[in-house]
Design a protein around this ligand. Structure first.
Ligand SMILES: Cc1ncc(COP(=O)(O)O)c(C=O)c1O
Length: 446
């Protein structure tokens, strides 16, 4: 256990023992750091963590206070209720509400009515400049003129799959399984989609080449890191190979890098870095690491597609709301985004390690599971004759929630023996408990 977590436990104990009552003031940072022989920064981290979790609150120039109504016991009983491997959004407790509230206030002060009138369909130019700078950290070097702000990256995916492409081809190719909103977009727009199975070890490149060669593929949609639902991340070598195949057969690639910020390995390049000419359409989301409700994402488009893409976007929603665009610009410029992401990156890396360890230690040998090094998702493939719905029903009875991967397949590729687990809303100390219960349920049903 890390030192700041020990401090949180020490405070929790004092609340439990009645030494600290609801509403009472916590020891000052200096007092506690002397008492527990640790640095002031460690106490500050512990207090900030408890404040984020709504266990304590701060009063400027006064100090920190325990929230009314014994919040620590509420936190424990909420944990006792269920372990939620189902929710696909970030944990609201980790969302930087206060910082973002300041950005919203500041953007109204700075830009005034400009935030409330019709705006550029492609997005605020000043935000796009900031996004171009931010993308450099992800090895995506581009100009604001090629970036379109979108109303969630899902909007870019939805529009792109039905647009005519310069290669004149009509079908698309997608990993199987893939994220469920993409499946919905394909169904809703009657796009012909060919699947390529993604395994624990990635995809079969020979099969992909055959698909590119014979199936009139205009674009390949791929999630290059922390794929939803498998958690798979392509190596740099695999990404290079994908780009070469796309060049050879004149196929475009949509590289969905929705959680690229979370990659602990900063040497991982996106496919975009291997071919910035426009063949790779790079998309990014702010939903998984910031706020899904903002509906903010971006697409880096080839010049030739910009007019038709913007026409389609205009028809869909005229433009993405300006107020949230402005607030994001300030959030990025101020360095708050980088600081937040660093915390998220560390947390999801730790969660990745914990869930992999729990899989290794508890799951029966006949069960296969995906490798994920960070991000939210992993999948577990159940041995025959088990079906996902049976396991999900039994787990629900034990207050463990997981998702059925069935809806993440195209109709012809469906599997009914896979479940998805998301760690985003599971506290680190509950990951092992949850996987142990999953393993027990599987053993009982077998
Ligand atoms: C792989 C993947 N790409 C894109 C999205 C869409 O994200 P956004 O909220 O930015 O539309 C999701 C949402 O879950 C996703 O899982």
């Amino acid at each position: 256990m890390r030192k700041y977590e020990e401090i949180i436990m020490a405070i929790e104990k004092r609340v439990e023992q009645g030494i600290l009552e609801s509403g009472s003031k916590l020891p000052s940072i200096r007092t506690l750091s002397e008492e527990l022989s640790c640095s002031k920064n460690t106490v500050i981290k512990a207090y900030e963590e408890m404040e984020k979790n709504h266990l304590i609150y701060s009063v400027p120039k006064s100090g920190y206070y325990v929230v009314e109504g014994n919040p620590f016991s509420k936190k424990r009983s909420a944990k006792g209720d269920k372990i939620d491997f189902l929710s696909a959004g970030p944990d609201p407790k980790r969302m930087p509400f206060l910082d973002f509230k300041h950005c919203i206030n500041q953007v109204i002060e700075t830009y005034k009515e400009e935030m409330f009138i019709y705006s550029d369909v492609q997005g605020l130019y000043s935000l796009r400049q900031e996004l171009a700078r931010h993308l450099q950290d992800l090895q995506v070097f581009t100009v604001p003129e090629r970036i379109s702000v979108v109303t969630g990256s899902q909007q870019a995916l939805h529009l792109l799959i039905s647009l005519p492409f310069p290669n004149g081809k009509t079908n698309i190719c997608v990993e199987q399984p893939t994220h469920p909103s993409m499946i919905e977009s394909i169904k809703f727009q009657h796009v012909k989609a060919i699947g390529i199975e993604i395994h624990k070890t990635g995809i079969d490149f020979q099969q992909l080449e055959d698909i590119f060669k014979h199936q009139d593929i205009k674009l390949f949609y791929t999630v290059s890191r922390f794929q939803n639902p498998t958690g798979y991340s392509y190596s740099n070598q695999e990404k290079k190979k994908l780009v070469e195949l796309a060049q050879k057969y004149d196929v475009y690639i949509i590289e969905d890098d929705y959680m690229g910020d979370l990659d602990p390995n900063r040497k991982q390049d996106p496919m975009f870095a291997f071919d910035p000419s426009g063949r790779i359409i790079y998309t990014k989301s702010f939903s998984k690491v910031l706020f899904p409700g903002l509906r903010l994402g971006l697409a880096v488009l080839p010049e030739v597609l910009i007019p038709s893409f913007l026409q389609a976007k205009f028809a869909a929603d005229v433009h993405t709301p300006v107020l949230t665009q402005g607030a994001l610009e300030i959030y990025l410029k101020s360095g708050m985004y980088d600081a937040h992401i660093k915390k998220m990156r560390d947390m999801y890396r730790r969660k990745g390690i914990l869930i992999q360890k729990a899989f290794r230690e508890h799951l029966p040998e006949s069960v296969t599971y995906s490798n994920m090094i960070s991000g939210f998702y992993s999948t577990v493939e159940l041995p025959s004759p088990l079906k996902a719905h049976q396991v999900i029903e039994r787990l629900n009875q034990e207050n463990i929630l997981v998702d059925d991967v069935g809806k993440m397949f195209l109709p012809n590729y469906k599997k009914d023996n896979m479940i998805r687990l998301s760690v985003s809303q599971v506290e680190e100390e509950l990951i092992d408990v949850g996987i142990k219960k999953l393993a027990n349920v599987i053993r009982k049903l077998l």
